[in-house]
Write a protein that binds this ligand. Structure first.
Ligand code: GAP
Length: 464
């Protein structure tokens, strides 16, 4: 993890936000290579989830929505973390984390196992029943100074218009999903869709996380890639399985190692309030197995609640059978930034080339920020000019980086480190027969090809 974080900063993938002011907790900026990788990743997802299907369309909804949306969705009431404070050292903990720690290490050593109710991790009433006042603070070690859990809503609040009063409160969306639900009829009617169909969206979401961290893994501002698939209520289970499998497959297409991925089916206790069944796709991060994407059968919960809170009829009508129903929703929800972290961690490798340590990102060429490096063997005798012309011809096809400085070995290694799949070198032979060497990042194979063929070769390789 440390090596990837340092590579990100050194090569311009990710910087700390507001760094010159000392940074802002858990906020990150994407540099020139980071934004290319992120764009490529989201385009890869978008293509897989919309273009390759005849019944999935896209939307880009506003981040700010009517505050009633979040009452209907259950977020105002239920999107809370119970927090416990230490009155002595002012440390603040998620109650769940304390219980987890206690169960693992017996840290709140005054409480017997029996005093922690089964399932209390997710149940506020059960959490409150615990005798926190008898426990020891894991930070300062003082006994008897922990408060009972207090509920803290994770939504960011702001005010719409000039008056900061309760009536003008709006929230930054904590998930992109709701923008799809409230628009479902608009989308269905304008795109002339029939169930089953899907609506995809990529966009920012905000959560005032208590424990952000692990670089871009958990942040307060992040991006989601979500697809909501509307089905007949009887078809929920098979569609959940289909999307679970398809989404798992997606990460392998992306090039993630299969042994680093696994599925986790939610137990009844783990299920979100809106879900009937759910799977997480997990990745083995350096800090353990963690969720990368959630796939849920959300039932008709969201649409029923929006119908109730808005007073609008959100039922679906089947002309032929005259059947009327509220569709079930199968949701696939992935974090874009978290996927980017997975892609970097999974691609990172070190090997030895000609006696020297090489760092290489074995990125899928489709998402690599730079596709091809173009080099002149030496910086004289017209070689740089020839290389510049080759680069110019390739620019309409893919992203190109030109480098005339330093030893050729070092230039290759700089490209390997950012995951550039191919390198083209112009040498003296090029002046005679218009051929260049084309080097492969992974096999290190070098072949000679005619410069005229380069755009076509790149086009073909990127289409594979
Ligand atoms: N609409 C369903 C939903 O939002 P979620 O499990 O809360 O479900 C889905 O979030 C995905 O969004 C997660 O699997 C994760 O990849 C990403 N995600 C959630 N919270 C995040 C955070 N604070 N920082 C980065 N990514 C996050």
């Amino acid at each position: 993890m440390d090596k990837v974080v340092s590579l990100c900063k050194r090569r311009g993938f990710v910087f700390q936000s507001s760094e010159i002011y000392g940074g802002l907790g858990s906020c990150w900026d994407y540099g020139p290579l980071g934004i290319e990788l992120k764009n490529n990743l989201q385009n890869f997802w978008w293509r897989e989830m919309t273009q390759l299907h005849d019944n999935i369309v896209g939307i880009d909804a506003a981040i700010l929505m009517h505050p009633r949306v979040w009452e209907a969705s259950g977020h105002v009431e239920g999107f809370v973390d119970p927090l416990v404070d230490c009155r002595q050292c002012k440390a603040r903990f998620k109650a769940q984390d304390l219980i987890g720690q206690w169960r693992a290490k017996k840290k709140l050593d005054t409480l017997a196992d029996a005093e922690i109710p089964e399932g209390s991790e997710g149940d506020v009433a059960a959490l409150r029943a615990i005798r926190w006042g008898d426990a020891v603070c894991p930070t300062c070690g003082t006994r008897g100074m922990l408060t009972s859990p207090r509920l803290f809503n994770l939504m960011f609040k702001t005010f719409m218009g000039p008056v900061e009063e309760a009536a003008s409160v709006v929230y930054l969306r904590p998930e992109t999903a709701q923008g799809i639900y409230v628009n479902y009829l608009n989308i269905m009617n304008t795109a002339r869709l029939k169930i089953p169909f899907g609506i995809a969206q990529i966009g920012k979401a905000f959560r005032n996380e208590i424990t952000p961290g692990n670089f871009i893994f958990r942040t307060r501002e992040f991006e989601q890639m979500e697809m909501q698939f509307l089905v007949h209520p009887d078809d929920g289970d098979p569609w959940l399985e289909k999307w679970r499998d398809e989404r798992f497959e997606f990460y392998m297409k992306l090039g993630i190692r299969k042994e680093k991925l696994r599925l986790h089916q939610h137990t009844p206790k783990e299920l979100a309030h809106y879900a009937k069944a759910a799977y997480d796709i997990e990745y083995e991060f350096p800090f353990g197995w963690q969720e990368l994407e959630g796939i849920h059968n959300r039932t008709d919960f969201d649409l029923r609640r929006h119908a109730e809170y808005s007073g609008k009829d959100l039922t679906y009508f089947v002309e032929e059978t005259r059947e009327r129903f509220v569709p079930y929703i199968i949701e696939t929800s992935a974090g874009l930034n978290r996927t980017l972290l997975v892609v970097l961690l999974d691609a990172y490798a070190e090997d030895t080339q000609e006696g020297e340590l090489r760092t290489v990102l074995r990125l899928n060429p489709k998402i690599a920020p730079v596709k091809v490096g173009v080099f002149s063997l030496v910086k004289r005798d017209n070689l740089p000019e020839v290389a510049d012309r080759i680069a110019q011809d390739l620019r309409p096809v893919c992203s190109v980086f030109v480098d005339h400085q330093g030893s050729i070995g070092r230039r290759y290694r700089r490209m390997d480190e950012i995951g550039t799949p191919w390198g083209i070198t112009v040498d003296y032979q090029t002046l005679e027969d218009q051929t260049v060497t084309l080097r492969d990042r992974d096999s290190l194979e070098q072949i000679r090809v005619n410069t005229m063929q380069l755009p076509q070769i790149m086009r073909e390789r990127l289409a594979e």
